[in-house]
Write a protein that binds this ligand. Sequence first.
Ligand code: GRF
Length: 243
Amino acid sequence: MPPLDLGVLISGRGSNLQAILDAIADGRLDARVRLVLSNRPGVEGLARAERAGVPTRVIAHRDFTDRDTFDAAVVDALRDAGATWVVLAGFMRLLTTTFLDAFPHRVVNIHPSLLPSFPGVDAQQQALDHGVRITGCTVHLVDAGTDTGPILAQAAVPVLDGDDHDTLAARILVQEHALLVRALSWIAEGRLQVTPPAAPGGRARASIAGVGTALGLAAVDAALGLAEGGRARGNVGEVGEGA
Ligand code: GRF
């Protein structure tokens, strides 16, 4: 298969973009980043792209009167650059059908929770506020809803006593980087299958050929420092044996 031609949309730091660039550079991901596009000027992610020799564009959403014309300009830029798949890597704008229809089932997002829990902004704080013991991250295809599209892959991350937003976000981010690269490499290998909704208004589903469900528990085990093959149960120390 030819390499994936990626357009990566960012709004800020760009650490997930960096994970993609690093994975391409060391041969873990068969892809080319055709364009990194930010809706905000001067962000760290643009500097990361420039350092990697990748073309960049800034299209500021504030210069547009409505979402459709902004999205149409972004679509044109991505097409001109030769991108056929789009990754939302910390892109803080909702996309319209103008955009989604241009790249059907080819827009991938990374979200810092186990969807469908905690969609939208600040998923890490939502998880802390709710008091969940396990959260994580999700790679999914984007549809017209907010973080509602078909799920490709998830990794679980424990919430530990004493966590605040920053400690939890940092623990999740490690898994985001690994999961996003892994999901994109599965796509590059041609293993993604999308099943359309069974009935109008139903939900499309995505699956990855040959991939089981072990990924999430492995991440929890690693973060809790459990021996390989041990079982993660959230806050093991407090709950006690057999809980
Ligand atoms: C990540 O937590 C991502 O899941 C969310 O926004 C954050 C972006 O971080 N959508 P970065 O810009 O990739 O460092």
